[in-house]
Design a protein around this ligand. Sequence first.
Ligand SMILES: Cc1ncc(COP(=O)(O)O)c(C=O)c1O
Length: 381
Amino acid sequence: MSEKRAEHHAEPLDLSRWEGLDPATIAIVAGRGPEEAGLPINVPPVLTSVYKTGPGILYGRAGNPIWSAFEETVGALEGGTCLAFSAGMAAVSAVLNGLPKGAKVVYSADSYTGTRQQLERLADKGVLSPVAIDVTDAEATVAACEGAELLWLESPTNPMLSIPDIARLASAAHDHGATVVVDNTFATPLLQRPFELGADIVIHSASKFISGHSDLIMGLAVTRDEGWYDELLRQRTLGGAIPGPLETYLALRGLRTLPVRLEKAQANAIELARRLQEHPAIEKVIYPGLPSHPDHEIATRQMRGPGAMLCFVVVGGGDAADAACERVEVITHATSLGGIDTSMERRSRWEGENAPEGLIRMSVGCEAIEDLWTDLTKALS
Ligand SMILES: Cc1ncc(COP(=O)(O)O)c(C=O)c1O
C-alpha cells in the first residue's frame, strides 16, 4: 500500500550555516532560498492555495516558500526553529493551547494586556490555572514555579519596561520541570537572545520591530525543543492561524533593515530619555538604559542595548498626559510600537491596563532627534 502523508508535514530548518555570523549580516543574507543561477535574490510571495502533487508542500495551510525564508531568517537570529503565525496573539495562543488541561502557568503580572486577558479567559473556562506574579521579585517567582508547567516571561515588560532576570528564573523553572517562554517583542533578537539565557520558546509580535513599518500583523514562535516544534506546527496547521504570503514578504523585507532601524531608534530613545529626565513637566522616566531604572543592572547584563521603548509619567496625571498626546504633530498619537515612526499613547486609556494614569508609552522611531524633541517639548508645555 502507498505511504500516507500528514498535512502538517515540515522539517525544522538547518540553521548551522549562519553560525558565527553577526546578526546584522544574518538579517541580510539568511532566507534567500536555493542557491541556483537565475533564481531571484528575494524569495517571492507565492500566491497559491494548492501545489501540484510532488515531494514538497501540497496545501497552502501547510507551507509557503516565503514563510520558510522568513522563518529561516528569524530562526538564525534567535538561534532556534521558527514558525510564523497570523498574529502575535496566535503564537501566544498556540503555546497556551499546547499545554495539558489544568496546567499551572506562572506569568508576569505586567505582561501585554492581550496575553493576560487570554490567560484569564482560559482560567475562567477551567482550561488553565494561571498565577500572576511580579517577575522582578525573583524569590517569589521561583517559589511560584513549584508545580508549574509553564513560566511566561516578557522582557522588557509591556508597558512598565521591567526586566526579569531570565537566566535565574529559567534555571529555577527548569528545576521544577516547567517550560520557559520569553516574549522578546520589545528587545528583538538583536538586543536579547533568550535561548542563551535558558528559554525554551521565544515569542514575537512580528507586527512590531521585526517587520518595523506599522503595516502588518504577524506573530512568531521560535523553539529549540523538538516536541514543542511539532506541537506548535500542528497548532498552526490545524488551528489555521497562518500568515498571508504578502504580509510575510513585507515582514521579511522589513526585517532586513532591523539592525539599522534599531540602532537609530535606540540612539534616539537614549537621548530622549536623558533629556526628559531634566524636563519640568515630567515626574518620572522609565527606561532600562537609565541608572535610575530599578532593573538597570540586569538590563546591562542581559541585553545588548536598552532598546527603543520609553515610558514617562507626566506631571498632572491622566488629563495632562492626554493633552500631550493630542498636541504632538511629528510624533503620532497611536497605539502599537516598533515602527520607523515615533508614536505615543497614555497606556491606562486601555481597559485592563495596570499602568499609572499619567504614564505615556513611547515607541521611538528613526526621525531626526531635534524634530522629535521640538515636537515633544511643545506638546508638554
Ligand atoms: C509584548 C507583546 N506581545 C504580544 C503582542 C500581540 O501581538 P499582535 O498584536 O501581533 O497579535 C503584543 C501586541 O501589542 C505585544 O506588545
